[in-house]
Design a protein around this ligand. Structure first.
Ligand SMILES: Cc1cc2nc3c(=O)[nH]c(=O)nc-3n(C[C@H](O)[C@H](O)[C@H](O)COP(=O)(O)OP(=O)(O)OC[C@H]3O[C@@H](n4cnc5c(N)ncnc54)[C@H](O)[C@@H]3O)c2cc1C
Length: 402
């Protein structure tokens, strides 16, 4: 009989199996993976570079990056947070670097570096790994669990589910009495087929504010205009915080962009009025007072109409107010979403109130543990989703063999 069987060979499952073995070397630990490869998502993560965690080392601040799970992760982050992730990899020979926006990557810029580190440790520790293992049933026995696979049977004292967003994992959790919060996508970009800005695809802004009309949801940060709508950190974060709301609205909402979040509407108008006084004979087109990308400013004024191509002193106060209003509240019709290729995740999963966050053990079924994305936890883009996998994997793995 195994002390622990982990189902799922992703970031959370592998990390949990390693943590279990490191906590108790003599424990027999096995990992069952349905596919032919381990850590498939780690390989493609972060555009092949693996954004392993985020340079945010205060547990409370770290929790603020999780639209689902922030309250529950506070305790676990006091035990294993982003600093611990960095120490863990660096003490095992992986050099890491932080980028200006806080994302942390291996210095090699290759996700293989992370995979090699994890898999060589799993091997060294003697974790028994079974690939292409199709689970047919899982039963609770008097002592522990029995797992019937197509060709063999396993038994274990503790069972750890780390199956990500797979429906099979949810089914096993449900079988043991758990509630699955309806899984819906998170971290996507907005499709705006009617956007006249699409022709500016590739142009980015350092800081805008994006908001969904009628919902108290807004995010500030960089934005990228794409050929299908809007992408970049601010829209992605908004998609995460509003994941469930957007799902309910079938991804048809009005997106309001504030192109100048550092100013109030009155301040924008005041600046326009001042420029009218000081440089009235010039054209708004040439006076790019807000330092926007030139092509954007031209198109933006163009879309407002002929009046805005005149000399500034020929533009009425009413029109200047209209311009200030549009810079502050520019509305676009979202009609669908596109999966962000660099990172996406599922909102929903095992209901958090049914799990002890000191151990990651089920409150309903003793000796059943959870780690990673199977839980109703997801973070915004930037390395927070792997941090959830490392933290919950570490705690679940350690406590399952103690
Ligand atoms: C393209 C992409 C890029 C990403 N980039 C980043 C990034 O740079 N930084 C970041 O923080 N996050 C990133 N993420 C999110 C991150 O990859 C996930 O949050 C993380 O992988 C979750 O880990 P997990 O182990 O819980 O689940 P998974 O990685 O999904 O692993 C689950 C494993 O369980 C296996 N499994 C499922 N069902 C069964 C079964 N019945 N029996 C046996 N095995 C089973 C699956 O085959 C899989 O190997 C990215 C996601 C994607 C899709």
């Amino acid at each position: 009989m195994y002390e622990l069987i982990v189902i799922g060979g992703g970031a959370a499952g592998i990390f949990a199996a390693i943590a279990a073995k490191e906590a108790r070397r003599e424990a027999r630990v096995a990992l069952l993976e349905k596919s032919a490869v381990l850590l498939a998502k780690v390989r493609i993560s972060g555009g092949g570079r693996c954004n392993v965690t985020h340079a945010c080392f205060d547990p409370h601040a770290l929790t603020q990056n999780y639209p689902r799970g922030s309250k529950e992760l506070l305790g676990p982050f006091h035990r294993f947070q982003a600093r611990d992730t960095m120490d863990w990899f660096e003490s095992r020979g992986v050099k890491l670097k932080a980028e200006a926006d806080g994302r942390i990557f291996p210095e090699t810029n290759r996700s293989e570096t992370i995979i090699d580190c994890l898999l060589s440790h799993a091997k060294e520790l003697g974790i028994e790994i079974y690939l292409k293992e199709r689970i047919q049933s899982v039963s609770k026995m008097e002592e522990g669990f029995e797992i019937q696979c197509r060709e063999r049977k396993f038994s274990c004292r503790s069972l750890l589910l780390a199956t990500g967003s797979s429906s099979e994992g949810y089914k096993i959790a449900e079988q043991f009495g758990h509630t699955i919060v309806n899984p819906v996508p998170s971290l996507f970009t907005f499709n705006v087929p009617s956007s006249p800005l699409k022709e500016l695809s590739g142009i980015s802004f350092e800081k805008v504010q994006v908001q969904i009309k009628g919902a108290p949801l807004l995010q500030t940060g960089p934005l990228l205009i794409t050929h299908f709508g809007f992408s970049g950190p601010a829209p992605l974060k908004l998609s995460a915080w509003a994941a469930r709301y957007l799902f309910e609205k079938e991804y048809h909402v009005d997106l309001i962009i504030n192109w100048l979040p550092q100013f109030s509407k009155q301040e924008i108008f005041k600046q326009l009025a001042e420029i009218k006084k000081s440089s009235g004979t010039k054209k708004l087109l040439s006076e790019n007072i807000f330092k926007f990308p030139k092509s954007f400013w031209h198109l933006f004024l163009d879309l407002l109409g002929e009046n805005f191509k005149k000399r500034i002193n020929e533009i009425s106060q009413k029109d200047l107010q209209l311009l200030a209003d549009k810079l502050h509240e520019d509305c676009y019709q979202v009609e669908g979403k596109t999966t962000h290729k660099e990172e996406f995740v599922t909102c929903g999963g095992v209901a958090l109130k049914e799990v002890h966050f000191k151990t990651l053990e089920s409150k309903i079924c003793p000796h059943l543990f959870f780690a990673g994305e199977i839980l109703d936890i997801d973070g915004v883009t930037g390395g927070f989703n792997f941090q959830n996998a490392w933290t919950t994997g570490f705690i679940a793995g350690t406590s399952s063999v103690n």
